[in-house]
Structure formats: C-alpha cells, structure tokens
Design a protein around this ligand. Structure first.
Ligand SMILES: [Zn+2]
Length: 282
C-alpha cells in the first residue's frame, strides 16, 4: 500500500548543528535579543535590553517577593477539583498539570515575609490552564483572605490569567467571582490592607472581580489588563480602539492603576506600602 503522506525528516537547527542545547537560551518576545537563561534569572526575567517582562511561574514570584525561607505554610494545598461538569478531557488535563507543575490548581497561597513583614501571598500560575479561576482557585483565595483577617496581616494577590473564569467548570467558575469578592469585603471590614499586583495578562472574570479591588493596584509594565480582549471589543462596538488600549501604561494614565512597577523593584515597593499601612515585623 502506498502511504498518503511521507513524514519529513526534521532538519537540525543551526544551534543543534553546532551542538548547542536550545533550552539554555531564551529569546525576548519584544526585541528578539537572545540570552542565557541563567543570565535572565539574575535579571528576574526582565529583558536587560528593552524591559520586556517574561512570564514566570508562581514559584518564581514567591522566590522573588518573599524573604528567603519564610514561605513555609501553604494554604489550600490539599484541595483538588472534582470536575463537577464531567467536562470532556478536563480530569486528564488536570492530572497532567498536577504532575508537571507540582501544583494542585492554578493558584499558590501561603504565609511569608516581605522585608520582615508577615503577609498572606496569593499567586497564580499561567501555565496551569492559563491561570484560570475554577472552584479550587476561588476557595484557596477565600481561605487566604480569611487567614489574613484571623492573623491581622496584609493580603497580597499577584495574578496572571489569560481567560479569567475557567470554562471547564462553567457556572462553578463564575461563582468564584462573587466568592473572591466576599473575601475582599471581609478584608475591608476588618481593616486589613489588600494589595493587588496584576501581571501579563490579567483578563476576564479575574480582572472583573478581586484583582481590580485592591486598596493599592500595581501592574507590571506592558501587561495586558482588561475584561474582554481588544478584538472582541472592536467587533462588538465596531470602532477602532485607541493605541495601547488595555496596557498597564494606558490604564495608569486613565486612573485605573496606582502604579506601574518593574518586577525588579516590586518587592521594595510592596515593602514600602506595607510599612505605610503600619505593617510591623513578626
Ligand atoms: Zn527585549
């Protein structure tokens, strides 16, 4: 039998020919500069050439923001999604992420110190289903805020979420918008400071709930922040959107954000606000 197609043999790339391992390098998506990953690691994954902020996993943010060795207690680490809608392929996908990312959902939450000040830190991971918000994510958030209220310590969230609410859990995901807002209301009622850091991208139900409710809202430079994406808006309103619409810098100018802060300055800036709010060491 004659095969319908013939598999083309993959030709080696230039670096493969020279025997260079490709995974040692990373290319800047904005300016195209090529770096050793180790070099970028020292730069906190900010391009030294153009300032582009590479997307990094939740664990890296924990490492960059908290004092070394202080992130001991994890909140909600034993919670797993029950796949309430029996969404085709979802359970298998989750298994893959548990294995690969060593996370039980797209959110990582725990207690740690920033320049000696005790906080609850909630960070999301884009690699886990786009950092989308499902029922476990929402529950981890609420447990985190309640812990902050109980211990009277500030709460900080750092989000990267491309799609917002997780479609695989349908209405259960949408309900997390209300649930996380309840967490923020409880922080307010107890006079606990809440700082929201929004990184690229923070969209949909995440932006439309807790992420936009911080007492202070800080963005990383060049992040895409909004509800619906620019293409959807243009098609709906049939109008051309302004240049740079939905970027951190645009939203700062319009008064939606308090500050745009480079990742390299973020820890220092968070500590500044925490001290301003009256955070003490302990
Ligand atoms: Zn660059």
């Amino acid at each position: 039998m004659i095969p319908f197609f013939k598999k083309k043999k993959k030709l080696p790339s230039a670096s493969e020919k020279r025997g260079i391992k490709e995974d040692l390098f990373a290319k800047c998506e904005k300016c195209g500069a090529l770096y050793y990953k180790k070099q970028l690691e020292r730069e906190l994954w900010v391009c030294p050439e153009c300032g582009y902020h590479f997307r990094i996993p939740a664990s890296k943010y924990v490492e960059y923001l908290l004092d070394e060795g202080t992130f001991i207690e994890r909140i909600g680490e034993n919670l797993y999604s029950t796949d309430p809608l029996k969404f085709p392929g979802y359970a298998k996908k989750l298994e893959g992420y548990y294995e690969k990312l060593k996370l039980n959902d797209a959110a990582l939450c725990g207690i740690g110190h920033i320049e000696g000040i005790k906080v609850v830190l909630f960070v999301t991971d884009f690699k886990f289903l786009g950092g989308s918000m499902g029922s476990v994510y929402g529950e981890i958030f609420l447990r985190g805020t309640r812990r902050a209220v109980k211990e009277k310590i500030p709460f900080i969230s750092l989000t990267t979420s491309g799609g917002g609410a997780r479609m695989h859990e349908g209405i259960f995901s949408l309900m997390q918008m209300a649930k996380t807002v309840v967490g923020v209301v409880e922080l307010n009622e107890a006079n606990i400071p809440y700082i929201s850091v929004v990184a690229h991208p923070t969209m949909g139900g995440v932006m439309a709930s807790f992420a936009s409710l911080g007492d202070i809202i800080i963005a990383e430079p060049g992040a895409l922040l909004g509800f619906a994406g620019p293409r959807v808006i243009e098609q709906t309103i049939r109008q051309k959107l302004p240049e740079g619409f939905q970027t951190s810098e645009f939203l700062l100018e319009k008064g939606f954000l308090d500050e745009v802060v480079s990742r390299k300055e973020l820890k220092k800036r968070l500590a500044y606000y925490l001290k301003h709010f009256g955070g003490s060491n302990g």
